[in-house]
Design a protein around this ligand. Sequence first.
Ligand code: MGD
Ligand code: MGD
Ligand code: MO
Length: 774
Amino acid sequence: MSKPPAKLTSNHWGIGLVDVQDGRISNVAPHPSDPAPSPLNGNIPGALNGAARILRPAVREGWLRGRTGGHTGTGTGTRGQDSFIEVSWDRALDLLAAELTRVKTTHGNSAIYAGSYGWSSAGRFHHAQSQLKRFLNTLGGFTRSEGNYSYNAALATMPHILGGGFRTHLEQATRWNVIAAHSDLVVAFGGLAMRNMTLSDGGLARHRVPGHLADCAANGVRFVCLSPLRRDIDAGLGAQWLPPRPGSDTAVMMGLAHTLLEENLHDTAFLARYCTGFDSIESYLRGETDGEAKTAQWAAEISGIPADRIRSLARDMAASRTMITCAAALQRADHGEQPLWMATTLAAMLGQIGLPGGGVTIGMGVNGNVGAMARPFRWGALPQGRNPVEGFIPVAMLSEMLLHPGSQHPYQGQTLTLPDIALVWWAGGNPFHHHQDLNRLTRAFQTPETVVVNDISWTSTARHADIVLPVAATLERNDFGAGHSDNILVPMPKITEPPGEARTEFEIYTALAARLGTEAAFTEGLDEDGWLRRLWSETQEAAKAAGSALPEWEDFISGDIAELPDPAPHQVFLADFREDPEANPRPTTSGLIELTSKTVAAMGHADCPGHPIWAETRDRSAGHAARYPLALLSGQPGTRLHSQMDNGALSMAAKIAGREPVLIHPKDAATRGISSGDVVELFNDRGRCLAGAEVTEDVMQGAVFLWTGAWYDPDPAAPQNRDRHGNPNTLTHDARSSSFSQSPASHSALIEIRKFTGPVPDVTVHSPPNFTVE
Ligand SMILES: Nc1nc2c(c(=O)[nH]1)N[C@H]1C(S)=C(S)[C@@H](COP(=O)(O)OP(=O)(O)OC[C@H]3O[C@@H](n4cnc5c(=O)[nH]c(N)nc54)[C@H](O)[C@@H]3O)O[C@H]1N2
Ligand SMILES: Nc1nc2c(c(=O)[nH]1)N[C@H]1C(S)=C(S)[C@@H](COP(=O)(O)OP(=O)(O)OC[C@H]3O[C@@H](n4cnc5c(=O)[nH]c(N)nc54)[C@H](O)[C@@H]3O)O[C@H]1N2
Ligand SMILES: [Mo]
């Protein structure tokens, strides 16, 4: 008998052709149209069939028996360590409906925090955050979060510098084919990590960047990778590697800019016509403001990159068609606004902004569609409705909010008062992976009266909940996929039944809404199929308006991908502005590129004044380098998406001694007696974790690199709740980048590392938690 054809699915990292054996996913193969498929499909079978799958609704024992551990304000409690009691859906939904009613009546809707930050999974209808927010909006709303963990400082800063939303800058980025054809030199701060371009939010049907980079190499485009990790650029590009001390990029850029000034290599005509405020930054660079000239020598002392290399790079940049790129990592740091502003200043001094293959791209490499593809029109999406609650927090103020309700904080020229939260609900994110300083977050998570988490697996966040709802995964529900910046629509038919009693979130909210009297508002009388048809017909209408045709729903969902034309195949960022700045002004206050911003200056943030400044990272300014000499890098893992499917085969195969690998330079390893394969302990005053050592010259001396996303596995019996598995956020601080943008600053932590000599504990987080019976 011939095998039935494999069915399609879509994830943030690409399309998959799914094989099923005995009702379970056995393999997910790439789509034949993808020239460079992501390896991440390899995690799907192991994770969806894994022991950590949440199979039934569960309630934390302490909460069920007497609501212990909540809202004491002291940050002590047993959330995260307690056992769970599995209950029926009816019981779980009755408990939750009653709790929502009680919280609303007693505290009001603003006491519900459902910012629920996270990537969840691809699919236009079953998008976890949209479903949750729509449901809560029908109930009177919730406190939301603003911004993201990816490029929050850029979201706040770039509108003041280049004007317009930062997301539009990503969408309008100069295309890689233009770079391949026109650039001589690409100077990549933070590199261009190939592993990071394997995905894009909402989906990435075709991986195009590897092909573009091969074209760059064939055309002789030269690359300089300024990053602490050699692996941050494709080896095939033959890049020159100049590792700066982490956090010192702004100084390097200033050293380059000072060289341009000194050698009269800056483009004064461009600066005069297209920019405002260069005079202030010029005085600052020359040292007229603070008595310190930002020379190449000054930058060398801060960054460790030799002064003559900085000078020769500046000359090369001025003599070449140069594209400057910045990884988002640079701004996920103390004073993360500054490298963005300074990179733009440097590009303005070169005068190539708006020319093919020249200028600056912030966020190149942040995903596989930046510079490679854009969305031709808006796809149909589940409407979230209106949130009557106006209050919000900047996304990275989560612990601050829970630990210090009512406290006041500066934010983009305003003063925010943090709300008092009684109920936290998370669906589609993993704060015990993504937030900084997990010991502080653990204390913060003791303060709400109730925590609700929906997830596929028993992540550490699910273990910190009172009510845990098991949800169906992508392959277990009908949907269609389309990337936020892609041109391909993917049918995502349901392939297997959800395991145990897991349900779709739409079913869960429908049943809850029925208990709360909001079913009609939530469903609008439509079931899953009705909604899919509505979203598809909206997408068809938008396609028609854009001059394209899409198949009918029945044909699409049972067929193959639908591809639309690329809206701007040879796009050059800011070309129209360069062509005619009067006719195409930038949406800034002046209409020009603002190298000094009066608006930002008037907000009065000392840590983010009106033009780029050099400022040292917090841990170093506080003198912690004496005890904790190593900079902790914690970039995105090549073996998974953040923490998703950490128990899948690809992710597990990369672990060392069952733990997340930490990269350490041979000299740093030798002085500490560490060899490859050793279990090591990383520590500072905030926390500690175990990891598996990989000794390699690929990471610069003075820095260690621990991938993000290993499920947090705290040991309450060990000092500082030592994490057994290797999550870098045990060590990071959750003070934000600056008082201006309040962005996450995960890349600015100092640590020490030693060989772990105690009995090595098992990693427990890939198994279910303890269950008891009532
Ligand atoms: N130290 C350090 N920390 C970092 C970073 C760093 O560089 N260094 N990077 C930061 C960045 S850029 C980001 S974007 C964040 C990422 O942080 P998150 O987006 O929170 O991380 P994910 O692992 O993608 O979490 C998604 C969760 O949703 C679940 N999920 C998937 N599909 C569904 C669904 O349909 N329904 C529900 N209910 N759940 C679902 C997954 O199982 C997973 O637990 O991390 C940030 N944290
Ligand atoms: N495979 C895979 N790809 C992903 C993700 C994933 O989880 N897995 N996540 C996606 C998401 S949500 C995002 S936001 C993007 C993130 O995209 P980025 O922010 O670009 O990625 P990171 O991995 O955080 O950082 C890139 C590199 O910057 C370097 N770096 C760190 N600090 C510094 C510094 O101070 N100076 C310099 N010069 N370099 C520094 C590190 O060596 C790191 O490898 O990646 C996306 N791509
Ligand atoms: Mo991100």
